[in-house]
Design a protein around this ligand. Sequence first.
Ligand code: LLP
Length: 425
Amino acid sequence: MNAFSYRDGLLHADDVDLATLAREVGTPFYCYSATALEERYLRLAEITAPSGTGIAFAVKANSNLAVIALLGRLGAGADVVSEGELRRALAAGVPADRILFSGVGKSVGELSFAIEQGIHQINVESETEFDRILELADQARTTVRIALRINPDVSAGGHDKISTGRKTDKFGIEADHAIALYQGASEHAYVEPVGLAMHIGSQIQKVAAFEAAFDRIAEIADDVKALGLSVPRLDLGGGLGVAYHDEEQELPLAHYGELLQSLAKRTGAHLMIEPGRWLVAGAGVLVTEVNAIKQAGERRFAIVDAAMNDLIRPTLYDAHHPVWPVREMADVPRHPTTVAGPVCESGDILAVDAPLPDLSAGDLVTIGHAGAYGAVMASGYNGRLLVPEVMVRGDDFAIVRRRPSHDEAMALDSIPDLETKASAA
Ligand code: LLP
């Protein structure tokens, strides 16, 4: 079932029409379908079940508590990259023993908190971090389970800025060095090396990249085992690509599942994956109202009330997101229309030359596939308020993050009296 479809002339999220929702909530807002989230998770769980692979949702893709809680209830763990995400996963009810801590620059405070919580595993990204964890584990006198994140030197990812597994990327540790650290950890009283981890990039549409990376991690696991050490866990990262364009292909999931099965068989390890985008992208849209229509030379603009600060992917990665009018306009002519926001930057564009019918001020449009890396990457640039998030299930909905007031947005600032103090001194 498609979570967002036209019925009675209006685009619906599940059974709620987005025009009614826009009146209730005000625009712009993100809307997630609980049904779609569930459907995605269960589909992936079915593919990973034969290999016994665990799924840890990469919270960075969408860290709304309602989203984490929904996936957690279905059995997902969480992959987190900061204390904030770790606290969110715990607050959403994900048990600590299903939480993985990834990330290239964890602070002492963050590591201490993770150790205190007794999470499933910390993925180590550098020797500095490794030494820090040994020290903290000694101080805490508790066993800390670590995996070494290796750099498999595989080039993958839908965009230069989201490729992470190449030799020159900042992520992971070179294989030989990681193996030496693994051995070092095995001799330590309070640190238990439980496996290897990797993440080669995001928005990967071809299984070949995973195949190469899985081979590489299996080889490295063999090298570790040759030292007489065990490698009970392999964390394979996320990166599963979705179709943002109608004509695009998603990652062939069945084939990916087969790769997991053969890796599990070959290594005997318990496998884990950390998908973010694949679970949530298609389950969310950004709903926005047209503020103005204007022509600039050849280009027709629809200026809407959402902007780059609400959804930065088109500006940052030239990412494509489809635009769907809320009012169904099936048989009317369409013209290339560039959908732009009110932020004072020419790059504040949500879609370039989207095929859209004639729109007028007051019309509602939705930006599709916005459930991943949408709300989480938002900022308050241009004095704009973070937009609300709404979750729909069937004909019911709930505001799962409310719009703050301007007073709330300003409340963290203060005007100091440094000048008065200086002149008094
Ligand atoms: N695990 C690790 C260690 C990661 O760094 C990432 C994503 C994931 C898992 C989840 O990857 P996914 O399954 O979502 O592809 N803001 C960018 C994406 C950045 C991804 C960063 N790391 C975008 O909007 O495309």
